[in-house]
Design a protein around this ligand. Structure first.
Ligand code: ZN
Length: 516
């Protein structure tokens, strides 16, 4: 475990953690949002960010401060905290963004880390190379070497109490991201920004973003605090947290406001086109869109920025509560319905279900089956893996109905889509207590059929009969040929049509189950 970061609670890959920032003397609860403060232009003052919005940490750019004479002198003179009037933690960026934008900058890692130390930054950053998406592998590898040299340069400096970022690059090559993550985790640096994802988000490539983060996370491991660098739109926070990101920074709240844009948790709206505000923050409660349009330009921009920030912090709190309640994936699934690109992001996340399953907690409050994507959640995968380890013997009835009053089976198991079969003794354990709609979709049937197939494969000497509730042909076809089928909806099943067996006395002992 890294000294500065402690995970307190988790759901899927998401976690509530504590980032201890010794130089600031504060502990920041994650997931956390770092508002980006432009030292030249403060739409909302850092003091207000702290007192009105609850910001515990912010990020500003040490390169801009260093290159601007007035700011440079003042920062050295009074320190960043007094200059910005902010008592929480302050992270500083290094100028890497300017390097990516303009091709060169006038500072080395040694110089900028020393400057960040001198002005009182709490978390500094070396000069890494933010390699854009889709470059040649050769370029991505070459840039990564330079970034790794920058990390070594930063590591060689005595930074005292200041934490230091170790950016993880690698463009859109998940294996390079993984390698970069593994390398970064071996340094004694502290916080791990996944860099250069902004072009992916600007292009709505949330699926590629998920693959990039998944690669970095595989390399970094579970104990590293991860910052999704440049990610400020609240619509993707739940998705990114579920992948294991802990820190976000938002310049979006101010940049979008400057452009007349109003953020929601599922979209970006134009103030010009709004007749009503779908929000109850102080700005939206006190004004109509028409009011806000009627102010002078500066006031309109400030009010929009305030709303954007309220909705952004609100989403972070909602995500934390979802982690506590154990229903983060339900939130991700809801957000995925806001935009087709978000749905792609969620589907990409489910392709990493095996990776997420390793960190996910075993028991939570609820599993709501909300769409066909739910059939691919890590909990379903985990149940299927468990079926490989459950050994049974003799003749086994798998049924969607109740236990028949008279029978000769050695064991009777329930079948519930999307999980498939399980011994009745597990009926009240997570996730088999899932709420599933009455009108089951194909993916849930297919996932259940997959569960049956795994149980059959793991127990080749057992004879299985499956009493199903009018399954569609496609799902029945996915079952192994050796399974006897019995349709509960056909005549002669009056005694076995009840599935409300929570308190039903089991007439069959569970002794057939040797390894639950
Ligand atoms: Zn609002």
């Amino acid at each position: 475990m890294r000294d500065c970061f402690e995970v307190r609670d988790g759901d899927v890959g998401g976690r509530i953690g504590q980032l201890t920032v010794p130089r600031a003397g504060v502990t920041v609860e994650t997931p956390a949002l770092l508002p980006v403060v432009n030292p030249n232009l403060q739409t909302i003052s850092p003091a207000r960010l702290e007192s009105e919005f609850g910001a515990e940490i912010l990020i500003t750019n040490s390169y801009i401060i260093r290159q601007t004479e007035r700011l440079h002198e003042r920062a050295l003179d009074v320190g960043l905290h007094e200059m910005l009037d902010f008592s929480g933690a302050i992270m500083t960026d290094s100028g890497s963004f300017q390097l990516a934008e303009y091709g060169e900058i006038e500072v080395t890692t040694e110089e900028i880390i020393q400057f960040q130390l001198d002005i009182g930054s709490d978390i500094g950053t070396p000069v890494d190379i933010p390699t854009p998406p889709d470059v040649s592998r050769e370029q991505a590898e070459g840039d990564l070497e330079v970034t790794q040299e920058a990390l070594a340069d930063a590591e060689a400096i005595d930074t005292g109490d200041m934490l230091v970022n170790a950016p993880v690059q690698g463009s859109t090559y998940p294996d390079l991201r993984e390698e970069a993550g593994r390398h970064a985790a071996t340094t004694d640096l502290d916080v791990f920004p996944v860099g250069a994802v902004v072009p992916l988000m600007n292009a709505y490539r949330y699926d590629d973003m998920v693959d990039v983060v998944a690669g970095a996370k595989r390399g970094l491991g579970a104990d590293c605090p991860v910052h999704l660098f440049g990610a400020g739109h609240p619509m993707m926070f739940a998705l990114a947290v579920a992948m294991g990101c802990d820190l976000f920074d938002s310049a979006a709240y101010a940049l979008y406001a400057r452009d007349g844009r109003y953020l929601t948790v599922q979209s970006t709206e134009h103030l010009e086109e709004l007749d009503y505000f779908p929000c109850s923050c102080p700005v939206c409660a006190e004004h109509t869109p028409e009011d806000v349009r009627g102010f002078d330009e500066e006031t309109t921009e400030r009010l929009l920025a305030e709303h954007n920030l309220h909705v952004t912090f609100e989403e972070i709190r909602r995500i934390k509560q979802a982690i506590r309640a154990g229903n983060l994936l339900e939130l991700v699934e809801t957000r995925a319905r806001g935009h087709p690109a978000m749905l792609d992001g969620y589907r990409a996340l489910l392709e990493h279900a095996d990776q997420l399953e390793r960190e996910d907690r075993v028991s939570k409050g609820s599993f709501f089956y909300l769409s066909n994507e739910s059939a691919r959640r890590p909990e379903v995968l985990r149940h299927h893996e468990r079926l490989d380890r459950l050994s049974i013997s003799g003749d086994v009835l798998l049924t969607q109905g109740g236990t028949p009053k008279e029978h000769d089976y050695d064991a009777v198991w329930r079948v519930v889509p999307p999980f498939g079969p399980f011994p009745r003794a597990l009926s009240e354990t997570y996730p088999l207590t899932a709420e599933v709609p009455e009108r089951i979709d194909t993916d849930a049937y297919l996932a259940a059929a997959d569960g049956v197939a795994r149980l059959v494969d793991a127990n080749p000497d057992v004879t299985f009969t499956f009493a199903h509730d009018d399954w569609p042909d496609g799902a029945l076809a996915a079952l192994p040929d050796s399974v006897e089928l019995d349709d509960l909806t056909s005549a002669g099943h009056a005694d076995a049509d009840s599935d409300t067996d929570a308190d039903e006395s089991d007439e069959v002992s569970e002794t057939g189950v040797e390894n639950v």
